[in-house]
Design a protein around this ligand. Structure first.
Ligand code: GDP
Ligand code: IMO
Ligand code: MG
Length: 433
């Protein structure tokens, strides 16, 4: 039997709730695989009264029967990785038995993090708002053909190759002297943590993941690819240059895992019932008022990786339609419906007004000076949803909101999430897997 790989990915600017839903869906799969991004991600899971935040490790790690694969498209910081493993081991999760790493995944070295800082400092007001985890510089080294891969950590000449890359980076850092001063002592500490992390990775199971995953498919294993970030942060299709440095869209799962396009099954697009964004960049439906402040407070919209306040606003259908198109989304999952319970009316951005007229498509540039959102008002439900578990429990106004979005996006919404806990999940249709 030749199975397909399902993909779960974010349709907005990240933090849609991917970690929670991957954990909920994991019992339906044998393998959970990350295909891009790195420690810039923060995926939150909550069950049995405990909250867990994962950065590089796939969100299936808490399930005993499942293999968690970090694919070739991911960039790994051995320091963050070691901390994540230690935290899981401290919670009695036998993480090493459940985890595989691709030999072809790239490594984030300490000077990538310094370059990230220096680059951001040099941009001043125009900074990306990066998580400063070294993501951009490590993907630059990958495409620039200078990077180090996990497989290289096992090579006898690793130390020399690391040193050569570090020298190259120190040279680049000199170009940022006006904005960034190298702290030698800090770098020494970072390097010692790095070497400790590298030692930890050498003890893990490193595999030729493209072979592993294709053999698994052939033998009938069920695989879910877990996206990081969101479609509007994609390097090609996001709000460039305010994006991350990888392909967060469905195509990224093919290159980031080594699966052929005709092996892709369901594409599950996950979105919040409203919109958030952390970091800089355009956000047409952003609310800089009491409503936005309320969403942030009730939705606890603070970054899982950096703790920064997330910008909040209404749902943006031109952006969502675009994301559904690029990804070939076959089913939708709506998160955080409970956060909208506080509003008597819910606004939906259906179109943008531009200098050329009104459009339902996503223009090249969606800066506030170029586009104005056009809204339609729907009635709010104003009912606490957090104890609801069945589709028939949902208030009529929320069901109407779901039907409205399904019609506008032409994709069914199969799951509605009403709280951060694993159990606060309403399955509307058994379409998945
Ligand atoms: P990810 O990066 O896509 O995995 O999302 P994050 O974990 O960064 O952010 C999602 C946040 O919303 C986390 O704090 C989750 O615990 C929380 N969350 C997820 N689903 C729901 C929901 O349905 N309702 C509420 N109130 N919180 C949720
Ligand atoms: P998850 O997987 C939300 C944002 C940063 C910044 C831009 C570039 O948890 O959804 P980078 O560190 O990649 O150089 O940052 O992208 N960003 C995220 N925003 N969720 C994420 O991941 C993000 N990863 C990066 O805030 O604006
Ligand atoms: Mg997150």
């Amino acid at each position: 039997m030749n199975n397909k790989v399902d993909i779960l990915l974010g349709l907005q600017w990240g933090d849609e709730g991917k970690g929670k839903l991957v954990d909920v869906l994991t019992p339906r799969y044998d393998i959970i695989a990350r295909f891009q991004g790195g420690p810039n991600a923060g995926h939150t899971l909550e069950f049995e009264g405990t909250k867990h935040v994962l950065h590089t490790i796939p969100s299936g790690i808490f399930h005993a029967h499942v293999t968690n694969l970090v694919g070739n498209g991911v960039v790994i910081d051995p320091v963050v990785f070691a901390k994540e493993i230690d935290a899981l081991v401290a919670k009695q999760v036998p993480v090493r038995d459940r985890l595989l790493i691709s030999r072809k995944a790239h490594v984030i070295v300490p000077t990538h993090r310094l370059l990230d800082r220096a680059s951001e400092a040099s941009k001043g007001e125009a900074k990306i708002g990066s998580t400063l985890k070294g993501i951009g510089p490590s993907y630059m080294d990958k495409t620039g053909r200078n990077g180090l891969r996990i497989g290289d950590l096992l090579d006898a000449d690793f130390a020399a190759r690391y040193e050569a890359l570090k020298q190259k980076h120190l040279h680049l850092l000199k170009g940022f002297e006006a904005y960034f001063t190298l702290d030698e002592a800090e770098l020494a500490t970072m390097e010692s943590e790095f070497m400790h992390g590298v030692e930890g990775i050498r003890q893990l199971t490193i595999v030729d993941s493209e072979h592993y995953i294709n053999k698994a498919l052939k033998s009938g294993k069920r695989i879910l690819a877990e996206g990081a970030q969101g479609s509007m942060l994609d390097i090609d299709f996001g709000t460039y240059p305010y994006v991350t440095s990888s392909n967060t869209v469905a195509a990224g799962a093919c290159t980031g895992l080594g699966i052929a396009p005709n092996r892709v099954g369901e594409v599950i697009g996950i979105f919040k019932a409203y919109t958030t964004r952390v970091g800089s960049g355009p956000f047409p439906t952003e609310l800089n008022d009491a409503i936005g402040e309320n969403m942030r407070k009730v939705g606890n919209e603070f970054g899982s990786t950096t703790g920064r306040a997330r910008r909040c606003g209404w749902i943006d259908l031109p952006a969502m339609r675009y994301a559904c198109m690029i990804n070939g989304v076959t089913q939708l999952i709506m998160m955080k419906a409970d956060v909208l319970s506080q509003f008597d009316s819910i606004e939906v951005c259906t179109h943008y007004k531009t200098a050329e007229g009104t459009t339902a498509d996503l223009p090249f540039d969606i800066q506030a000076s170029k586009v104005q959102p056009v809204y339609e008002s729907l009635k709010g439900w104003e009912v606490d949803l957090t104890a609801m578990r069945q589709p028939e429990d949902l208030p009529a106004e929320l069901t109407a909101y779901v039907h409205y979005l399904e019609a506008a996006l032409e994709v069914p919404i199969t799951v509605v999430s009403v709280g951060p806990d694993r159990t606060q999940t309403i399955i509307r249709e058994k379409a998945i897997a």
